[in-house]
Design a protein around this ligand. Structure first.
Ligand SMILES: [Fe+2]
Ligand SMILES: [Fe+2]
Length: 209
């Protein structure tokens, strides 16, 4: 991320770090999906935790920080207006996809799987329609989020290029520090299982998806 300021502003670093953390969450969701496909037991609290974190942290902090940066960028580089508009539209569709994914999760996690023997192993098999619906919604959500973050990283680079030190100072002053209860210092116990899953995912060799 090149910058006219000599170093990357703290607000931009924070946004980038958030995106990196969100990618970790998406990797965990993908791993859960693989467990499900293999018929292994799934702890649904991990996914519930991921959705709850997404909604709360993004709504209360991440989008407010992005809005402040993009608004300033529009003023400094009006040619970026169309890209900013596009990001606002994506925020609406990402939040709709999160709702749809949550709906699919509620349906499958509230159902009872059938246990089947497959060779030496016992497999947990869920209703095919619920399973397909869940996989479809998860795929849609993960793909859209990945695309969205990649678009935002491009916009963030543009902001780092065009915004002045005063702009970044005023953006930081407008916002109170967001409470990141999953990755930050104010960690809460209800995300313990999710945190363990993220740690385990970090230890596994990365897969290209
Ligand atoms: Fe965003
Ligand atoms: Fe973002």
């Amino acid at each position: 991320m090149p910058t006219a300021l000599g170093k990357v502003p703290a607000a931009a670093v924070r946004l980038h770090q958030d995106h990196y953390n969100f990618l970790k969450l998406l990797n965990v969701l993908r791993h859960q999906q693989r467990l499900l496909a293999a018929g292994a037991p799934v702890n649904w609290d991990i996914e519930r935790g991921a959705i709850s974190f997404y909604r709360r942290y993004i709504g209360q902090f991440h989008h407010r920080l992005e809005d402040a940066i993009y608004e300033t960028l529009q003023a400094r580089a009006p040619e970026a207006a169309a890209q900013v508009e596009n990001i606002h539209r994506e925020h609406r569709s990402c939040s709709e996809l999160l709702e749809c994914f949550e709906g699919a999760l509620i349906l499958i996690s509230g159902s009872t799987p059938v246990t089947r023997k497959s060779g030496e192993h016992l497999r947990q098999v869920y209703d095919q329609k619920l399973y397909d619906h869940y996989c479809f919604q998860l795929d849609e959500f993960v793909a859209r989020e990945r695309r969205h973050m990649s678009d935002e990283e491009a916009l963030l680079s543009l902001a780092v290029e065009h915004l002045s030190a005063d702009d970044w100072r005023s953006i930081s002053q407008q916002l109170s520090e967001g409470d990141d209860e999953l990755f930050g210092e104010k960690r809460v116990a209800r995300f313990d299982r999710l945190r363990e899953a993220i740690f385990a995912a970090d230890q596994r060799p990365q897969r290209v998806e």
